[in-house]
Design a protein around this ligand. Structure first.
Ligand SMILES: C[S@@+](CC[C@H](N)C(=O)[O-])C[C@H]1O[C@@H](n2cnc3c(N)ncnc32)[C@H](O)[C@@H]1O
Length: 242
């Protein structure tokens, strides 16, 4: 069974970050949209026939297509460390023969390499209608107020790393002041993504963090927004076409 997301609230998140656009009539690509949970929101006014979801999880795509027969669910067999280690490295994005008013990606580039984020966001800019927007989320390692502990990265390491408190503190020391870092399985990579080899059946977790300042340098012209209070711990990066 491949990954099916149990997360909701994506529509409210993007509706807020994009300042409540008029969704009806707009074409939307939910990249990494899994089983289409964005459409489950009772306030969601995206028209199903104008909604496309591309994801690498076969079971999620099947479920979405079953739940929303008028929408478009497309399987994309691209390699991903965490969600599709048997997939094809660098596979091109499926051609939907469509341009979009909105391309959304919630918690997707948090689970890919930086190189993949740069490649795909560049491609998505060519898939936007004039005036369209690409909005995707990212995690700030230093988000200060997501709980009693000071940082997102600390919380994540405490949840995932099984090597004890000493190892976690050593990782946090290495990541201090970094503009970006990646946690793959039990290993921390700071400022690079040249991973050591992992066996395919041992690939379990992959999460990348970027500071908002760094995102502004790699996406000049982007609007970088903090998480809306109580809605999410994800920052948002918005790029507009024209
Ligand atoms: C953490 S889940 C988030 C799912 C969904 N956006 C949500 O908020 O419920 C990450 C999703 O991204 C998908 N994914 C990861 N890399 C992808 C890629 N290169 N292309 C398309 N989907 C991808 C995964 O299959 C998974 O469904």
């Amino acid at each position: 069974m491949t990954f099916i997301s149990g997360r909701f609230g994506q529509f409210g998140y993007f509706d807020h970050q994009l300042r409540r656009p008029a969704w009806p009539g707009k074409t939307v690509l939910d990249f990494g949209g899994n089983a289409g949970n964005l459409l489950k929101d009772p306030n969601c006014t995206i028209e199903h026939e104008k909604y496309w979801c591309i994801d690498i999880s076969g079971d999620a795509i099947q479920k979405g297509a079953r739940d929303y027969p008028e929408a478009h669910f497309i399987l994309y067999n691209r390699y991903n460390f965490e969600f599709n280690p048997g997939g094809i490295q660098g596979l091109a994005v499926p051609d939907t023969r469509q341009k979009y008013d909105f391309i959304l990606a919630y918690s997707v580039f948090t689970h890919t390499t930086k190189a993949e984020m740069l490649e795909l966001t560049g491609e998505f800019m060519n898939m936007l209608n004039r005036g369209g927007a690409l909005a995707f989320t990212f995690l700030d390692p230093n988000l200060p107020d997501c709980g009693p502990e000071p940082a997102n990265l600390r919380l994540f390491l405490q949840r995932r790393i099984r090597l004890g408190d000493g190892a976690i503190e050593a990782m946090l020391d290495r990541a201090r002041g970094a503009t970006w870092c990646t946690v793959a399985n039990q290993d921390l990579y700071v400022g690079h993504e040249s991973l050591k080899p992992y066996r395919r059946n041992e690939m379990e977790g992959y999460l990348t963090f970027y500071t908002p300042e760094f995102m502004k340098t790699i996406f000049p012209g982007a609007e970088v927004l903090a998480p809306p209070r109580d809605l999410s711990i994800h920052h948002c990066c918005i790029l507009r076409n024209g």
